[in-house]
Write a protein that binds this ligand. Sequence first.
Ligand code: AKB
Length: 375
Amino acid sequence: MQIIGMLRHVAMACGAGQRPLCSRWTSGLPVRFLGTSSPQSPADASFHSASFSGADRPQVLITGGLGQLGVGLANLLRKRFGKDNVILSDIRKPPDHVFYSGPFLYADVLDYKRLREIVVNNRITWLFHYSALLSAAGEANVPLARAVNVTGLHNVLDVAAEYHLRLFVPSTIGAFGPTSPRNPAPDLCTQRPRTIYGVSKVYTELMGEYYYHRYGLDFRCLRYPGIISADSQPGGGTTDYAVQIFPDAIRSGKFECNLKASARLPMMYVQDCLRATLEVMDAPAESLSMRTYNINAMSFSPEELAQEVLKHLPEFQISYNVDPVLQAIADSWPMTLDDSSARKDWGWKHDFDLPELVTTMLNFHGSDTRVAQAN
Ligand code: AKB
């Protein structure tokens, strides 16, 4: 059959005016994506966004929920939508305080059937997909990073498209590379990252946007800077030093940094990051001129961060033992992001700059007295 004739046949089989989702004959469509109900078009997506009450209230699933951000996000969402309407999932065993704080399920994003089962059985409408290996962890195990970050993404995209979910997947400053503009990196520019993490996140952005245009998937994505959190640890990232410096400064008054003193990168306090995530998920579809946005807050180097810590802890000492792999990654990332589109389209505004960040983190790690004295 000629291509045109074949497409016509598919269109007829699927019903006039519908996208040809239901046929395996359309080249390149995922065969397992056998939706029989009609897809939500981008224009329909705003039905999610009004005030959420009763039947409209989202039923949320978070994958990779035991990483740096999942528990904090679940806490926020549970305050808004009710404890039982937000399910955390992971392949790891949750600590007691997480297990007893609300619904928790085992979910391996590589297990497509299990994902579908969870979505169906719990009538999920919003999915936050946090499972991923970060930059340094990805370089240490490329096959695993490729499986989790790429195959896991395929599973999540297909489930989300099939069940018409609103899908959030984070991207990162790591989606830029040495040939991207660095100061600032705009939303749209050359992206040729040199890590498997970065490559998988560029792919995430492109696939999410492809599914949006092709199937009407309500895909939303933010490029996160390095995220600094107090009560949850990152793992395997290049920006992790900016989290670890605080407990070390409090405990021993010293910190050994694995990046150069001058390695300036975009950073954000976790509270801003989670608020941005909820805000972009809440935004009416018609306000989104794009599906992947930069978000920016502060930008600093280890040296500048240490100077700010010294204002509170005058004895603090930083030393440098540079890891060449991490430094090469940091050198290929932007120093700051241009987030003017996020600010314009859905009103993004950060609250925490470097001084507030440092005070908050030191306070959290137990130096209340010394911080209060220094102020
Ligand atoms: C990492 O360092 O890999 C992450 C990131 C910036 O995406 N924190």
